[in-house]
Design a protein around this ligand. Structure first.
Ligand code: THU
Length: 136
């Protein structure tokens, strides 16, 4: 699975985004260690706080299906489906990924030039807190 393929899947996932309040649509494609890809879109709610980001929808789908290790996630998004600029994952999603990803897992974001840029999880979440910190 190439970065380009994962980005294309994230774009497909974004088509299902339910974002009637913010109009900011997001899609994510998460690559599991098994090779399977899990798609997610943001799902908003009239009560606002139940809203879930695309990245966590993909992650929770995957974990609920038995996958617990991931090597990459592509994320695309923007206002009204526009994807001309990067959609950086929120802090909560970075932390959620931290639970199941190695520090060198790739976060693939769209660039400003129509291509994409790759970051490691540890670049986007430095000095992080994870499961290793609460082992006895
Ligand atoms: N959103 C995501 O899906 N992922 C992120 O990492 C950032 C924000 C969604 C949540 C909400 O539905 C909308 O974008 C505006 O915040």
């Amino acid at each position: 699975m190439t970065g380009t393929e994962l980005v294309a899947l994230a774009r497909e996932a974004m088509l299902c985004a339910y974002a009637p309040y913010s109009h900011h649509t997001v899609g994510a494609a998460l690559l599991g260690a098994s090779g399977k890809v899990y798609l997610g879109c943001n799902i908003e709610n009239a009560a606002y706080s139940p809203t879930c980001c695309a990245e966590r929808v993909a992650l929770f789908k995957a974990v609920s299906e038995g996958e617990r290790a991931f090597s990459a996630i592509a994320i695309v998004g923007g206002m009204h489906g526009a994807t001309a600029s990067p959609c950086a994952p929120c802090g909560v999603c970075r932390q959620a990924l931290r639970e199941f990803c190695d520090p060198d897992a790739l976060l693939i974001l769209l660039g400003y030039d129509g291509g994409y840029d790759e970051y490691t999880l540890s670049e986007l979440l430095p000095e992080s807190f994870g499961p290793d910190h609460i082992k006895r």
